[in-house]
Design a protein around this ligand. Structure first.
Ligand code: HAM
Length: 417
């Protein structure tokens, strides 16, 4: 039986994986400048963490988690998102005792049992950031700016931010009732999902792919903000304006996770079809307490790496190519072969990027490989050269050849960068 990868997963092969490395590198570099530190948390957690953190009535928890029983009969789940685990680690490790390590970032795989399509996978990857310990609206703006700066650094064009305030739980309780009043008369005509969400999580109804068009005149949570929540939201927007970050107010933005309070936002990119949300996040002032920690506010985002790659391809953004090989070693004969194995190790130790053939092919075939790898030099070692203690160095760009003493090869290549 030939094995295939599970539906909704990807093999990232050489040629593609370099793009991932570059994107991660750039994102890390931006995080360094914003003074965020990396955190690595487990890929699986107790199921209860996500039920409590992400929310019992969310699609993620109701339908999409990879949940399993381990041999000790614990219910565990592959993480469907990064925030809950980071919040758990923040509380468990008492990071709140040290305000200097409250700005965190992470990168890694997440798992959701969703219907796969372009830009939607069952194993996907997020680059995320979470910050704790302050309700300052300047921090909401900083977090949005960090996400925006990452996209910019990677080279994405025309990224915009959609932003909303979903208020506090108290505000939402009032809004919920108003929304239910609005939805009630049309309830019979709505899809089955909407009908069940009507009771359990009415704000999610507004997000329904099937019925969304019916809700043009639905009340918005933003109309129910109290003075404090409204002032917070106004300040976030004024900071974004001051930083020249393009944003659009979207009173319909509700997000698919339950933990948000106040600011909720999404990053959008044009040109990749219907699934144009490339990242999302917001503030979550109750979540740390919800998972058993102290009452500490938080704010963060997650960017989908697969979607960044889609946008890069759609916008034709060229990423810099891998640096070429410095030397491709070509050995002819057993004694030369043995010396070439040693020499490759020596050159690599000297910091050079070096490879050689291990399939015993003819000189011509090996030269072809050197060309294919765009090596700067092909270095040819035969019995004659070996007897004289030299190696023939060919500059592939010009075809020039010269004999270099074996012990001098590393210096020669380095001197002629
Ligand atoms: P989310 O909106 O569920 O938020 O996911 C964030 C991003 O992950 C999405 O905008 C998208 O780019 C990517 N994504 C989500 N699901 C998939 C999928 N099935 N395939 C490919 N990409 C996907 C969160 O996960 C929150 N934890 C974000 C956050 C952090 N909020 C506060 N802090």
């Amino acid at each position: 039986m030939s094995m295939q990868k599970p539906t909704g997963t990807q093999d990232l092969l050489p040629g593609e994986v370099e793009k991932w490395q570059l994107i991660e590198e750039k994102a890390r570099d931006v995080c360094r400048r914003f003074h965020y530190k990396e955190i690595r948390t487990p890929i699986f957690e107790h199921t209860e963490l996500f039920v409590r953190g992400v929310g019992e009535t969310t699609d993620i928890v109701e339908k999409e988690m990879y949940t399993f029983q381990d041999k000790g009969n614990r219910s565990l789940s592959l993480r469907p998102e990064g925030t809950a685990g980071v919040v758990r680690a923040y509380a468990e490790n008492k990071l709140y005792g040290d305000p200097d390590i409250s700005k965190l970032y992470y990168v890694g795989p997440m798992f959701r049992y969703e219907r796969p399509q372009a830009g939607r996978y069952r194993q996907f990857h997020q680059f995320g950031a979470e910050v704790f310990g302050s309700t300052d609206p300047g921090l909401d703006a900083e977090v949005i700016a960090l996400g925006y700066a990452i996209y910019k650094e990677i080279g994405l064009r025309d990224v915009t931010v959609e932003i909303n305030s979903v208020g506090t739980p108290e505000i939402r309780a009032v809004y919920r009732t108003k929304l239910q009043e609005y939805l009630k008369p049309m309830l019979g005509e709505l899809c089955r999902d909407c009908q069940s969400r009507y009771e359990r999580n009415p704000m999610r109804v507004l997000d329904c792919k099937v019925d969304q068009h019916r809700f043009a005149d639905a009340p918005s949570v933003i109309d129910y903000l109290d003075d404090e929540a409204a002032a917070h939201f106004t300040k976030v927007q004024s900071y974004l304006t001051a930083m020249d970050i393009p944003f659009r107010l979207n009173p319909r933005l509700v997000r698919g996770l339950d933990y948000y309070t106040h600011t909720a936002f999404e990053f959008k990119a044009a040109g990749i079809g219907a699934i144009d949300t490339i990242g999302g996040g917001g503030r979550y002032n109750g979540l740390v307490g919800e998972v058993g920690g102290p009452d500490q506010p938080g704010v963060g985002f997650g960017l989908g790496l697969e979607r960044i790659l889609l946008v890069l391809a759609a916008q034709g953004v060229e990423l810099p190519a891998e640096p070429q090989l410095d030397v491709y070693l070509i050995a002819l004969g057993d004694a030369a072969e043995a010396e070439a194995v040693r020499l490759a190790y020596e050159l690599r130790g000297a910091g050079l990027k070096v490879d050689k053939d291990y399939t015993g092919r003819k000189m011509k075939a090996q030269m072809k490989s050197a060309d294919r790898f765009a090596a700067r030099y092909a270095a040819i070692l035969g019995d004659d050269e070996l007897a004289q203690g030299v190696i023939t160095v060919k500059t592939l760009a010009t075809g020039e050849q010269t004999a270099v003493p074996l012990g001098e090869l590393a210096n020669y290549v380095k001197a002629n960068q």
